[in-house]
Design a binder for this molecule. Structure first.
Ligand code: S3P
Length: 173
């Protein structure tokens, strides 16, 4: 596949499938993947939950912004963002400078099934239930939608199908 002269940013709520789809795009199109949470964990040498606990959420959010600013010079990367990344307008602006933003959606029920056994998501830890997820998702929806160039619904679709949809949207726009 030809190299893209832009990056693909995958955004969406926790458990929307950003990492899975990024990994699939890597396998299918040999695109290099950058997993924001993972880069931040490596840089800080601690899991996200510990960063939140010891340094606080604002500190974590600043790390996200710093990382995005560094990515402005890169191209042809698939970037799997943290679920809260598009909530800051400066982050969205940084993403727009180098890439196209794809919003992956999933129902609160699907998200719940995907996150129920994880303990590295401090924003929902202690509140892992469908009503809480639905309410936080609703609070964030407007910002996700405003950030997105494209929206891809993931419920009931295979990773293969989702990747095809993404590539088609990017090809045609
Ligand atoms: C967050 C989502 C997480 C991670 C952090 C905060 C959020 O990423 O960045 O726990 O505010 O939605 P995932 O969407 O990859 O779980």
């Amino acid at each position: 596949m030809k190299k893209l002269d832009y990056n693909i940013f995958l955004i969406g709520f926790m458990g929307a499938g950003k990492s899975t789809i990024a990994e699939r795009l890597h396998t299918k199109y040999s695109m290099e993947v950058l997993e924001m949470d993972q880069v931040i964990e490596e840089q800080e040498q601690m899991p996200i939950s510990q960063i939140f606990e010891e340094r606080g959420e604002e500190y974590f959010r600043k790390l996200e912004t710093d990382l995005l600013l560094k990515l402005k010079e890169k191209r042809n990367l698939v970037i799997s963002c943290g679920g809260g990344t598009p909530l800051r307008i400066c982050n969205v602006e940084a993403m727009r400078e180098s890439g196209k933003i794809v919003f992956l959606t999933a129902s609160p029920e699907t998200v719940f099934e995907r996150v129920r056994d994880s303990h590295n998501r401090p924003v929902i830890e202690g509140n892992k239930n469908v009503p809480f997820i639905a309410s936080l998702m609703e609070q964030r929806r407007e910002k996700y939608e405003a950030a997105a160039d494209f929206l891809v619904a993931t419920d009931g679709k295979s990773a293969e199908k989702i990747c095809q949809e993404i590539m088609q949207l990017l090809d045609n726009n």
